[in-house]
Ligand binder design. Sequence first.
Ligand code: ADP
Ligand code: MG
Length: 435
Amino acid sequence: MTKQGFERFDFQPFILEALSELKFTKPTEIQERIIPSIERGESVIGQSQTGTGKTHAYLLPILNQIDPEKQEVQAVITAPTRELASQIYQEIGKITKFCKHKQITSKLFVGGTDKAQAIEKLKTQPHIVVGTPGRINDLIKEQALLVYTAEKMVVDEADFMLDMGFIEDVDQIAARLPENLQILVFSATIPEKLKPFLKKYMDNPRYTHVAPEQATAAKVEHVLVPLRHRNKLSLLQEMLEAYNPYLAIIFTNTKKMADEVADRLLEKGLKVGRIHGDLPPRERKKMMKQISSLDYQFVVATDLAARGIDIEGVSHVINYELPSDLDFYVHRVGRTARAGYSGIAATIYDLSDEDALVKLEKLGITFINLDIEKGEWIQIGERNKRKTRQKQVDEVEKFAQSKVKKPKKVKPGYKKKMNREIEEIKKRQKRLKRK
Ligand code: ADP
Ligand code: MG
């Protein structure tokens, strides 16, 4: 009989206990495929889409191999944002609390917190260090954090580390770790620019790529809602009211827009949280707590703030604007339908989004076209794609041209006059169409 669950790995009893409390009954695909390599001490690159359980793919084998008797740093885990680092830290706590014979200790170090206090915390070195690369590197330089004993290092969300310019800090941290370092890199994408770093620290990494069946989780319903010259904030509000979601995240491209949207929804009496890079650290922390305890029905967020964060129970993702980088569409939508739940991703679009929508369709995303009418969702026809629009334009042009007779002898100013007349006819046609 093959083992279905986590028993196939050589996990200590406390880990199996924790898994049973977490209600994880069997490993996800990336976990199944990568945990054995990590247990063998190999360096790995784990690539799989958002929401496929990468965190536990490295946490479980790392925690399994910590020796609590040795009071020294044994693993360094880096993540690109404070929230993500703090989330990983919490996940560690949920497992280590079952290790009762001797405590496994972990400490969190992120920017925006008191450094003197962090140094104070390091009077005894923890077994596991979790944090953002900048702060960890800082504490190493201060000689407060002693990492030369750590034989394992995790780089989570490596592509994002690169985008944020953190890879240099990550590099400097890695340089302080022992020669025989086991490095575990996780990412939803492995960009070309990451390769120099990977080559520098990994001789022969085991590369595990769990290819998505579709560009985003299969159970997401992708909805397109045309703006059609309406007020966007009003449309959003109508959508939210019609959905009445369990928990919706509304994405905007900028902090300013996030505030604008959040203020408006607040004004209308909706329970709205917001999370973006301008919030002071303490506020962000408080906000994350409130979101986790479901204090809000709506959360307005920017990509940066939301990246990698696992908020349980996100039922709806709303793209108030399409992201300029389409990878973010996949990341945003990855907030919903996690670990097998279904979810809805709704995008408000207008004509200028056509190219982006075509690209998303090429990634294998199938949209359904809906609109709101008197507070109800209705099915509408497919959006006007460029081709059909172009055809309409051509037809108007031809019609207009046919109406303006070309004189046999071309007088000066003729071209101007003809163009003026064509414009007039086009305008008239448009007016007619609108009626
Ligand atoms: P990723 O890092 O790949 O984006 P996460 O590690 O954040 O994904 O995991 C996504 C969700 O799946 C989390 O809520 C996590 O608790 C849950 N999860 C992870 N592994 C399992 C498992 N084996 N069984 C059930 N749920 C799991
Ligand atoms: Mg992750």
